[in-house]
Design a protein around this ligand. Sequence first.
Ligand code: FO1
Length: 314
Amino acid sequence: MKVVELAGGVGGAKLAEGLAAHLATDLTVVVNTADDLELYGLAVWPDHDTVAYTLAGLDDEQRGWGLRDETWAVMDRLADLGDDPWFRLGDLDLATHLWRTERLRAGARPTDVALGLRAAMRIAPQVLPMADEPVRTDVRTDDGWLEFQEYFVRRHQAPTVREVRFRGIESARATAEVLKAMGAADAIVIAPSNPIVSVGPILALPGIVEGLATARARGVPVVAMSGIIGGRALKGPADRMLAGLGHESSALGVARLYADVATTFIVDAVDADAVPAIEALGIRTVAFDTIMSDDEARARVAGDVLRLAVHPGA
Ligand code: FO1
């Protein structure tokens, strides 16, 4: 069974690990690239690296990003030199950015660099950037427009987000590898990532919505998972962002954002009372425990998602 997961940060990585336990090389994870940034001349791909490190079993679960057993000597030395390295690149993490940036500088496509990292880290699933052209998320706050990581890390997600834009999205497009994987998929899963700034850029990318429609027309289920549980995001600003943008911060609010692309919607058991209202949107909806608190839970939730994808009517 071939599955494509559309994923962002932590929520996407946990589900990817659970799916990989069942699917290995039959899983393709399409990652958001709009959080990417350049620091000290290095290409940093947070959503890609969070998924790749998790699939490689190298992730730091407590921090939720970067590598386990990390040290910070380079960042500390930069601070001694008078810099303010507010976006922290660990000493081991820097090796990834150096490895990647050298290849990009030599003219390699981001997709080929990602596939090279997959091989170098011996990761079974494919982890594919959604596009090879640059796309960057900015958020408009009461202090004006901020680049995503400036908002997310430097400002600790404190400002209220009034508007979001994906700079460069018009001249970007889903890569051939992404479209090929979607064309060969038996199921497509939208991860419980932030629907605005993690899944949003992927769905806004030219080619993706068409690819999802083609898949649905082939009878391929598009199964979306709510990252909002009991009105809250388990991690990150999705709940406040939804509210600030005028959406309902609830499973129903997220379902409305996916109503045109998903055939099936999964809410956590605590939101079972929202099932009828979401089904009224025309989406097959089920409720079960979706908390991926450890490896066993990740594999269990992923197994439940796959069973649902295989037997949508079940
Ligand atoms: N998040 C933080 O809150 N502080 C950091 O210093 C930080 C550094 C960092 C370095 C590499 C990387 O891949 C991720 C990093 N993140 C950091 C997390 C990152 O902001 C988020 O993973 C995504 O951008 C949101 O999905």
